[in-house]
Write a protein that binds this ligand. Structure first.
Ligand SMILES: C[S@@+](CC[C@H](N)C(=O)[O-])C[C@H]1O[C@@H](n2cnc3c(N)ncnc32)[C@H](O)[C@@H]1O
Length: 283
């Protein structure tokens, strides 16, 4: 496995970035991180917001959630649909943000199931708890904590979901070991995340803001799969989802990377992409 060039203070930078997003957030203004800001798009503000959610979610339930939830969506996929949840299951969301996937999962597992969202950013947990009251999701609980040290007991979870978070971790093998620990035997992982095919240019890899924006921390897909397998998971499956040319271009602007040349060799259909990842904890 190739090692990542990890700045020592990355966790602080990530927490500050998402803390600031949560604190400044106003429903009606789409938050931005992994999907770069769409504020320069044409069309009314409302069209832009709907477009952003519509790009990610197939589940019509996503469009019934209030703007306090949907406009704070910072994901890169739809892990709840990927997880094929059933009634009564216990679900854990790694890096739950404003709670969108927790609320969608809560509807699937119903009142006999439960959803736990874990996030390390206090302001994001506050937003998520306020959103829980707004959507009356009795079967959802938000816990402050790091996904590398989950505040969850061994073998108690049926399905783990996560949406555009593991790429932000400075210790991805530890995230997968923790996921394995808290899942029950036969439990499943269903994750949307950003991965790469090959190395990104150093100017991007060494940018703290590009890490906090879900680019620089993205692992090569082969290393991502190896880390999941080394944690003990089997049946690991990865499907490339999408990454659009305009997202790469917006990222260059958003992260203030002067060296636009660094991006010229990035093939948005291949070099960096959103992936659907599933795996099982053996019985
Ligand atoms: C890109 S946002 C995604 C939020 C949410 N999953 C969604 O789809 O809207 C990343 C979230 O993960 C949280 N996060 C990042 N690294 C984390 C870590 N190591 N442990 C716990 N939470 C983390 C951040 O605070 C932030 O809320």
């Amino acid at each position: 496995m190739t090692t990542q060039n990890i700045p020592s203070d990355i966790r602080t930078v990530v927490r500050e970035r998402y803390g600031s997003i949560a604190e400044k957030f106003q429903p009606g203004s789409q938050a931005d991180c992994c999907a770069p800001s769409q504020s320069s798009c044409c069309g009314s503000e409302n069209e832009v917001q709907m477009g952003a959610i519509a790009q990610l979610y197939d589940d019509p339930a996503a469009f019934e959630l209030p703007a306090d939830v949907t406009d704070l969506s910072l994901g890169c996929g739809d892990p709840v649909t990927l997880a094929s949840l059933e009634e009564g299951q216990i679900v854990l969301d790694l890096g739950s943000g404003g709670g969108i996937d927790c609320f969608l999962a809560a509807k699937k597992v119903g009142p006999t199931g439960k959803v736990i969202g874990v996030d390390m950013t206090p302001a994001m947990i506050e937003r998520a708890r306020a959103n829980k009251s707004k959507v009356s999701a009795e079967n959802v609980e938000f816990r402050l904590g790091e996904i590398e040290h989950l505040p969850v007991a061994d073998g108690t979870v049926d399905v783990i979901i996560s949406n555009c978070v593991i790429n932000l971790s400075p210790d991805k093998p530890q995230v997968f070991r923790e996921a394995f620990r808290v899942l029950r035997p036969g439990g499943r992982l269903a994750v949307s995340d950003i991965v790469t095919d090959g190395d990104l240019p150093d100017v991007i890899k060494n940018s703290l803001s590009a890490w906090a924006g879900c680019i620089a921390g993205a692992l090569d897909v082969k290393d991502y799969i190896a880390a999941i397998q080394q944690a003990g998971f089997t049946e690991v499956d990865v499907t490339a989802s999408y990454w659009k040319q305009e997202m790469i271009e917006a990222a260059v602007e958003q992260f203030g990377l002067d060296d636009k040349e660094a991006f010229k060799d990035i093939n948005p259909q291949k070099s960096i992409f959103s992936a659907k990842i599933t795996a099982c904890k053996p019985l």
